[in-house]
Design a protein around this ligand. Structure first.
Ligand code: MF3
Ligand code: CO
Ligand code: CO
Length: 301
């Protein structure tokens, strides 16, 4: 009887079938008998690159946190109108995080501790702008960046808002940074090298007469705020191939003029363009799947 079952089993399963253990991986990538040590890619990524390949439970947690971050960001974007201060947006963010049983990762993060719950980056501010008493006014462009922690997992996302009537240059940088993000997300799937993200983004930026900030990067995210790998958005030589279960951000920072950033020495956070021309950024948290990728911070769908 036992023998009969074993014979049937070997006749039915082929190397490309799903493994019998329920892992959802192909048999050849899972319990297929091998000579010598079994090459375990998850272990290799952690030891060689410090990249944590997420398991199913972690992915569920990150999906939840990303959804909450995206919902909160959507509410904040809708409130960003002429006359409101970025500090009022921050207060609303704190209220929304409470409502969702979440906390805001930026608050007290880093050295010196970031003082607010979101980043609000206006006009020539590239990223890490601190909410304050500045009132939004007609012609401004604003990036709102939300990172929410739910049940210990992180989701990170940002969007641009145009206040009233915005000039051509500002509109161009807002649209270009969006196109950079979306076009680079389209190429994401297992085996694609990290360097290919920067190639797409540089090309889209160049076509639109914009420059790509190189002093800030995207990052692994999920069980911590900033994890390996770093995702560069300019031309680079990162040969690491994407693997299912990787979670990271795509968040290109695009300038209308020169690409250089300078950090404000009075707060050690606010990053501005060197020529005071406009800058824009959009951000999604991404999961690499077996066939492509999933945008975890897409809201509304
Ligand atoms: N949310 C930002 C990012 O995309 C990081 C902000 S760090 C902070 O990585 F401390 F300024 F909040
Ligand atoms: Co980020
Ligand atoms: Co962010």
């Amino acid at each position: 009887m036992d023998k009969q079952i074993i014979i049937k089993f070997f006749i039915m399963i082929s190397r490309n079938d799903l493994c019998f253990c329920g892992s959802n991986k192909k048999w050849k990538k899972c319990h297929f008998p091998q000579k010598g040590p079994i090459e375990n890619p998850e272990k290799k990524y952690l030891t060689n690159y410090g990249i944590l390949i997420k398991n199913r439970k972690q992915i569920e947690g990150i999906r939840q946190a990303s959804k909450v971050a995206a919902i909160i960001l959507d509410k904040l974007v809708k409130k960003a109108k002429a006359g409101i201060t970025t500090l009022e947006l921050d207060e609303y963010s704190i209220e929304l995080h409470k409502k969702h049983n979440a906390f805001a990762a930026p608050l007290n993060y880093g050295h010196p501790p970031f003082p607010k719950s979101i980043c609000t980056s206006l006009n020539e501010v590239i990223c890490h702008g601190i909410p304050d008493n500045t009132k939004l006014k007609d012609g401004d462009i604003l990036n709102i960046d939300v990172t929410s922690v739910v049940d210990g997992y992180y989701g990170d996302t940002s969007r641009m808002v145009m206040i009233g009537k915005v000039d051509e240059e500002k509109k161009r940088v807002v649209d270009t940074s969006y196109e950079c993000m979306i076009e680079s997300i389209k190429i994401l799937k297992p085996s694609v090298k990290i360097l290919e993200i920067g190639n797409v983004i540089e090309k889209v930026a160049e076509k639109n007469n914009c420059s790509v900030v190189y002093q800030f990067v995207g990052h692994g995210v999920g069980v911590a705020f900033h994890e390996p790998p770093q995702i560069q958005f300019n031309y680079n030589n990162n040969q690491i191939p994407l693997l299912p279960g990787m979670t990271f951000t795509i968040e290109p920072m695009i300038n209308a003029g020169k690409k250089e950033a300078i950090i404000d020495s009075s707060d050690n956070w606010t990053a501005r363009t060197i020529d005071n021309k406009a800058s824009a950024q959009w951000e999604h948290t991404i999961l690499i799947t077996e066939n492509g990728c999933e945008i975890l911070t897409q809201y509304p769908n």
